[in-house]
Design a protein around this ligand. Structure first.
Ligand SMILES: *[C@@H]1O[C@H](CO)[C@@H](O)[C@H](O)[C@H]1NC(C)=O
Length: 245
């Protein structure tokens, strides 16, 4: 009997997430504290924190990311995909505002803030037209996104578990993104170094138009990423354990 109890306690301690002692918990409803605490977790644990299910955010790797796709009935004129892609910079995010982090889980939570610099690095393939010019290429690409401001609405569902804990499930994420600058370098456009160089120069001069073209695809990729990151945390760390009791 004693052994069973010991094993149960050990299991509970290993499976249930707890915030580490260096993170001071907030009172439920203290939205300023919640925003600061989330930012502090990102700063202190850029390589992730497995005890609360947080993945490493300083560098995230993806495979097969479709940024834009030509489809019938859709205005998109460009097929752009990354066979592989590494994104650096999410861990430098500052959460400036957190809404809805009350004692009772509301249906919608909101997080907003900014990321000073995102660096994307990967192997791309594209064809179609961009800035009304035909374009095609395949090779290495580097993209820097400066000062990305985000406002993400999170649709939350409450889950009661056998342990009595209340957990949040993030059912849907919808972000709005805005950026202050983009610098692109797509190698090997048109299989021609000079043309490639010229096209990158044009694209960088007209980065805002490029952003408007790609914003939808980038935003939906970010929605899915934020949803997956948050669900790993909320499935481990109960809603009540996030707050001071
Ligand atoms: C990405 O894909 C390219 C082409 O297949 C390959 O040369 C490169 O090593 C890959 N990079 C990573 C980080 O997997």
């Amino acid at each position: 009997m004693g052994l069973t109890l010991f094993i149960v306690c050990l299991w509970v301690a290993l499976v249930l997430g707890q915030l580490p002692p260096e993170i001071e918990k907030c009172e439920a409803g203290d939205s300023i504290c919640v925003a600061e605490t989330i930012t502090r977790i990102l700063r202190l644990f850029p390589k992730g924190l497995s005890s609360i299910g947080l993945e490493a955010l300083e560098s995230i790797s993806f495979e097969d990311v479709v940024v834009s796709q030509i489809e019938p009935g859709d205005p998109a004129t460009l097929d752009l995909r990354f066979h592989n892609l590494t994104v650096r910079g999410f861990a430098d995010a500052t959460v400036a505002e957190a809404k809805g982090f009350d004692a009772e889980l509301p249906r919608v939570l909101e997080l907003s803030g900014w990321i000073p610099l995102l660096k994307l690095d990967g192997f791309y393939e594209m064809h179609g037209s961009l800035l009304t010019m035909p374009i095609q290429g395949k090779g290495h690409a580097l993209v820097e996104i400066k000062e990305c401001r985000f406002r993400c609405k999170l649709r939350a569902l409450e889950q009661l578990r056998g342990d009595g804990g209340r957990y949040a499930e993030i059912a849907k994420v919808k972000c709005l993104l805005d950026v202050q600058g983009i610098h692109l370098n797509f190698e090997n456009l048109f299989d021609n170094p000079e043309l490639s160089h010229a096209m990158n120069d044009v694209a960088n001069a007209k980065w805002l138009e490029i952003w408007h073209t790609l914003r939808k695809g980038i935003t939906s990729a970010v929605d899915r990423l934020v949803e997956s990151i948050l669900n790993k945390v909320t499935s481990k760390l109960s809603y009540d354990d996030f707050y001071r009791v």
